[in-house]
Design a protein around this ligand. Sequence first.
Ligand code: NAI
Length: 393
Amino acid sequence: MLGRTTRVGVLGAGAMGRGIAQVAAAAGHPVVLADTSAEALDQARTSIRALLDRDVEKGRRAPAEADAVFGRIAFAPLPEGDPAPLAGCGLVIEAIVEDLAVKRRVFAALERAAPDAVLATNTSSLSVTGIAGACTRPDRVLGVHFFNPATLMPLVEIVAGHASDPAVVLAVRALVDGWGKTTVLAQDTPGFIVNRVARPFYGESLRLLEERVADCATIDWALTSVGGFRMGPFTLMDLIGNDVNYAVTCSVFEAFYYDPRYRPSLIQKRMVEAGLLGRKTGRGYYEHGPDAAAPMPLEDQDLGRRIVDRVVAMLVNEAADALFLGIATRDDIDLAMTTGVNYPRGLLRWGDEIGVPTVLERIEALQREYGEDRYRPSPLLRRMAAEGTRFYP
Ligand code: NAI
């Protein structure tokens, strides 16, 4: 159905589309990268060329190979939005603005322009089924969720919509595996695996800040130095952009019918309102200019341990609940978090190391203290603690 010679269309040449186009071209596919904005296409052309040139400089690619990859990408302007240039594609990956109404309109047009193509969306937070519902053939629509930057991040979440043909899902998964990516299968639920399971990393850290347990620098220090995470939550939110992180949190919260477990933080809302978006505006939780003072954490091991215990217990609880609800398999949940957001360990494996009864006790203690449904233990943790079982027997 799909192979190395399949023409791949990528709709949207922004941050994600240009990376996905480069990945497909590097794997040998002829690629059509299309965008309604001529400026976005020009920027994509310049940025892909620069990344390939850097690969050559660093000795990661031969010059002829870089030229061949670049030569396989055709840049197609769509001034009227009509996706006709994608007609000959066997697979089209959509990476345009995160707006359900716009994506539905575009998928209906794509289906007419490329009647034989498999249609994939790179959406982070919308329902694949909701997008596919605009098509007369929803069986060949699925989610293919790359991480930013798509050229470097190994993980791709493959998401079947309600009507996706399992053979199409398998064929796309095999194709993306062949691009050197690590794929996991996720149910079509808000945030899929990573953007759901990672919520407490930010949300619980923001609660700690709100309650004045510690300042940003100390929480970041605790999670990196004591917890082993590659980056602290506040440093990471400043990198991602507080507007982007806040939007994902709000979207997951709304999509779960306002489950308090995912409630966004007022601190983060105020940061967005104040335009303190992080690196891109020069200031977020930290100052980012050349004269910015280095953060001064309070390196208190006991405090650090308490912070890490609370955040990690909430992360393990969320991962356990994703497993309980069949969002993905045990192995895919752990793989998604280590390859999608570089967690030092899979969360379920981490839960085993801490001990499932201990994780449960920590969540129950929070639930007793706050009386909030936010600290609701997953039924799976309760069941496992009662039975004395482990995630990895
Ligand atoms: P972006 O804003 O950088 O790029 C979107 C591009 O789509 C723009 O160049 C725009 O001109 C173009 N576009 C808009 N409407 C179009 C249409 N009707 N036809 C053709 N082109 C159109 O956005 P970004 O960040 O690349 O995100 C794209 C998608 O990928 C979104 O669904 C987003 O949720 C998802 N995503 C984003 C990640 C990120 O970290 N930025 C990570 C993973 C997924």
